[in-house]
Design a protein around this ligand. Sequence first.
Ligand code: SF4
Ligand code: SF4
Length: 386
Amino acid sequence: MQSLKERIIAESKKIGIDKIGFTTAEPFDYLKESLIEQKAAGHTSGFEHPDIDERIYPEKTFDNPKSIIAIALAYPTKIHEEVPRDEKRGQFARASWGIDYHNILQDRLNRLIDFIKTEADSEQETADWRFVPQVDTGELVDVAVAQRAGLGFIGKNGLLITEEYGSFVYLGEIVTNIQFEPDEPVANGCGDCTRCITGCPTGALLGDGRMNAKKCLSYQTQTKGMMPKEYRKKIRNIIYGCDICQLVCPYNKGKDFHFHPEMEPQTEEVFPKLVPLLTISNKQFKTQFGHLAGSWRGKKPLQRNALIALANLGGREALPKIVNCLDDPRPVIRGTAVWAIGQLTKRAPDQFLDTLRDLQSTETDEEVLTELEETLTYLTTDKKRR
Ligand code: SF4
Ligand code: SF4
């Protein structure tokens, strides 16, 4: 007779869970100091769950939890379709390919919970057993749970690295009051490697698995205000997220799994044409991008990033459309369009000087005015000094 844990493991494979592990519901005390330090240092993005105690004490989820079941689903890293070279395109980072992973994980966690309930030997058990599923917006620190449950180790890039799928995995967990035999945690496997630290274009990784999230391009592509200048060129054409510290990791070499049809990337969604994105309606946006994890902040950050990406790609043919953005009611779009025009016309700066000066005489937003002043100075300074 198989144990409940063995039956759960067998079922997990049937319902499309690629890796599963079990750990106790003991607190993650050792994280407390670091989480407090990171918050105090301003290294958090603000997207994290705000209550540190709830992040480290599973008993804050409900009274007397006994175990946590951690799951991982591998996601694809290569697109099968050829990406056309017809016009300038942006990119979404891989963790935003396919249907929003929160929905996919929630589905797997719910199916697993339903299965466990059917395995209860008595009505009493069914009534007593408790389950709280969490996907990365949940309270607990998912990489810490997954590490302790034996799914992998936490690399210097702060991500969970599994032996089979590298770090290209989505994580979820279930806090339960069922007691399970815990699995063995996985020891760190980074060794002397520092590729992610040196490969990170903004120096966001601190070297010990922690990061300054505010310096991370993934965070920067998700903010709603003006993107600080220092990051604009660094995003290249990636309008959502950043994959660099995963792509350089030797544990990810050759990893590309296509187990889940709902994670398959579609070219027009994850390599979208940038110019149409500038004028996309809310309805079109919802249809084209609404199901992607990368649309959660709405269309404004993606449109701002599309302007930056067009500048980075040298999309001069898009200048008429970018100039139209100077009339946009949103200051972030006007300000970013000003910067993009500056970047794209630096070799022929006279072209739009009058347009920019006209805007300067009517603009009231402080940030847009700063962009205008800086761009006009940039375009009218001696070429050799640019
Ligand atoms: Fe650096 Fe990009 Fe990794 Fe963020 S996601 S830490 S910016 S390499
Ligand atoms: Fe560890 Fe190297 Fe991978 Fe960074 S790139 S997570 S240091 S193995």
